[in-house]
Write a protein that binds this ligand. Structure first.
Ligand SMILES: Nc1ncnc2c1ncn2[C@@H]1O[C@H](COP(=O)(O)OP(=O)(O)OP(=O)(O)O)[C@@H](O)[C@H]1O
Length: 628
């Protein structure tokens, strides 16, 4: 990678808080009549250099298909031909083990499957840990709650099951990340967990490893006695829910690796693909179900899935799953269907951000839980160099061309706030010779998958995305994230920039800031300062202006609409230790709430605090016209 951050330092975007329109002249317009004052659209006929991109690519990359890697498993089948043992214990099949006579009987090794699941060491489509991986060990970890167990120090330390360790070795993971070190003994000890760790620091393993290890040690729960009409019903032992189809698919792919040769058969369910095919695949066996809430609700209503056997419930991106867009659906699935009560299952929640109001809400689903924070809740990874540029709206197109020209064909994700802008910008960049494609909620699932595949295999190294791609996506070698439009919520910013700088690799995040973003200026300054990043003067100036002009309320902040992230309102840690909103800080053990107690607990916080933190643009994700 070129030293992008250094090249960016040379960009002469104004930093004095004044409009830069009269000063900034993008290189490709310099020397032209009219200078930079006009729309950057006007440069399209100039025959400009495109930084070395191969410009014969088409925006939709029709021919690229899904080449480049076979990990995606999109489309609901994704079983690689290996998972075909029937439920009644028919013949052994490749890669699928058994639980028989109270013992785990792993399947024999299968070279073809190993190659498909784990690739080879040199394959760049598999994320490998970067030079800063060891630095994770220096991040302070805080675990609060009663009787917190000691973390493990290596994968080989008990209590991880042998087969799981073998699969971890095949994945070329040599040591656990901090969140994994703590989550393993916490789950083994039968405890619930709310875990907050920086983007890209291995939270997926943080829930898969302990849950699978326990499954391998303890075996499946007996299938409930069912009548004729439920003979084909699916009874997963593990239910993992995540907010987007792409993330669900990705977690499923990870689960396939660590379930290899075990009795646990992974399955996947998300919308936008044929439900009939998905049901048939699930009916061939599914002990661990990774699902998007909308499709799971559909499967439950059709009587195809029962949650009676769920021993482990995992919410990934839990703060997102419990915000206003998803919370009613999650509450319905967890509390109103046939899932065991909170006391009779283990519930695990993971995210990089956990606003205080969502922590409060989350306790409805948890019992006597341990709160784990790796670094400050909501902090950004030090592997990401953050750059904030003052760019007026009408300069954005020019500046992004410069940034892309300064880069070296690296994989770049560009975030916009609206689907329309994502389409527009992808077209604009394509017209300018940059192979860009777009992903957002108005595209069909087929188009979304095609765009993502083209991005991953490098045929479209620029992905213009809405927030649908902001959380969880783990794409190797993303070196640059550009916030063409900044989000309205600082936590969304944290997740977006976290698409780079993952697993100890380094990355750059560049954000276009102007006065329209002043609602996040205070949080942004705190976040940058905390991560030892440069805080440009114009940010401080705009922050001061905002304080005077708006009575000191710099925006909605991270909790309840006010207060900076460093202040009392933000979730800097376990909210039980911050006073707990009137519930008393000292008595941590009293927090475990049962379903029965939930209604009372919620009403104290309910609508007002949540709506303070999240605006109405968080629509119901089950509707196609969602905000992302
Ligand atoms: N112990 C490990 N050793 C090496 N690499 C690891 C380890 N654990 C996870 N990884 C890799 O680190 C990358 C990031 O992991 P993961 O996607 O779980 O991060 P995350 O914390 O869930 O991020 P996000 O907050 O964006 O969802 C993945 O490519 C994963 O394979």
């Amino acid at each position: 990678m070129t030293d992008l951050s250094q090249q960016m330092n040379n960009l002469s975007v104004s930093g004095n808080g004044e409009s830069s329109r009269s000063q900034y002249v993008p290189p490709h317009l310099r020397g032209r009549k009219g200078g930079a004052g006009g729309s950057s659209n006007s440069d399209s006929g100039e025959g400009r250099s495109n930084g070395g991109y191969n410009n014969n690519s088409r925006r939709d990359f029709g021919g690229s298909g899904f080449g480049g890697n076979n990990r995606s498993g999109f489309g609901g089948s994704g079983f690689g031909g290996g998972y075909n043992r029937d439920r009644n214990g028919g013949g052994a099949r490749a890669g699928v083990g058994r639980w028989a006579d109270g013992k785990h009987q792993p399947a024999p090794k299968n070279e073809r499957m190993e190659l498909e699941l784990f690739g080879v060491a040199e394959d760049s489509s598999f994320q490998s840990s970067g030079i800063n991986f060891d630095n994770y060990d220096d991040i302070p970890v805080e675990a609060t709650g009663d009787d917190v167990p000691e973390p493990i120090t290596s994968f080989e330390t008990p209590p991880l099951a042998d087969l799981l360790v073998e699969n971890i070795v095949l994945s070329r993971f040599t040591k656990p990340t901090p969140v994994q070190k703590y989550s393993v003994p916490i789950v083994a000890g039968g405890r619930d967990l709310m875990a907050c760790a920086q983007t890209g620091s291995g939270k997926t393993g943080g829930f898969l490893f302990p849950v699978l290890s326990e499954c391998y040690i303890n075996g499946p729960a007996p299938r409930p006695q069912t009548g004729h009409f439920t003979a084909n019903m699916v009874f997963p032992t593990v239910l993992i829910m995540a907010p987007t189809r792409e993330l669900v698919s990705q977690i499923y792919d990870e689960a396939r690796k660590f379930c290899y040769r075990s009795w646990v058969r992974p399955g996947v369910a998300y919308g936008g693909v044929d439900i009939g095919q998905q049901i048939r695949t699930l009916q061939r066996g599914c002990d661990l179900l990774v699902a998007a809430p909308g499709r799971l609700t559909d499967l439950l209503e059709r009587g195809k899935v029962s949650l009676q056997n769920v021993k482990y419930l995992v919410l990934d991106e839990a703060d997102r799953m419990l915000d206003m867009g998803f919370e009613p659906q999650i509450r319905h699935i967890v509390q109103e269907c046939d899932m065991p009560d909170v006391q009779d299952r283990q519930t695990l929640m993971f995210s990089a951000t956990f606003p205080r109001n969502i922590q409060m809400l989350a306790r409805d689903f948890l019992k006597d839980y341990i709160f784990l924070s790796v670094g400050r809740v909501g902090s950004t990874s030090s592997n990401i160099t953050q750059k904030i540029l003052l760019v007026e709206d009408d300069e954005k197109r020019s500046v992004i061309l410069d940034l892309l020209n300064a880069g070296d064909k690296e994989l770049t994700i560009v975030f916009t706030e609206t689907k329309r802008m994502a389409d527009y910008l992808a077209d604009f960049l394509y017209d300018q010779g940059f192979p860009a494609t777009a992903i957002h909620g108005n595209r069909t699932q087929y188009e979304r998958e095609k765009a993502l595949a083209a991005f991953k295999n490098g045929s479209a190294p620029i992905l213009v995305a809405t927030a649908v791609a902001a959380r969880g996506l783990d794409i190797p070698n993303v070196q640059h994230v550009i916030n063409y439009d900044l989000p309205n919520d600082i936590d969304d910013y944290v997740h977006r920039i976290g698409r780079t700088g993952r697993a100890g690799n380094v990355g750059v995040a560049t954000s276009f800031f102007n006065r329209n973003n002043r609602n996040i200026v205070k949080d942004m300054i705190s976040l940058l300062a905390e991560a030892d990043q440069e805080v440009p003067d114009f940010l401080a100036k705009i922050s001061r202006e905002s304080s005077f002009g708006r009575g000191g309320m710099g925006g909605r902040g991270r909790a309840g609409g006010m207060g900076s992230r460093m202040g009392g309102g933000g979730a800097s840690k376990d909210f039980r230790r911050q006073g707990g909103g009137g519930f008393g800080a000292s008595s941590q053990s009293s927090w475990g709430s049962s379903n029965g107690a939930s209604a009372g607990g919620r009403s104290d916080f309910g609508g007002s605090s949540r709506s303070g933190g999240y605006s109405q643009d968080y629509g119901n994700q089950s509707q196609s016209a969602s905000w992302w």
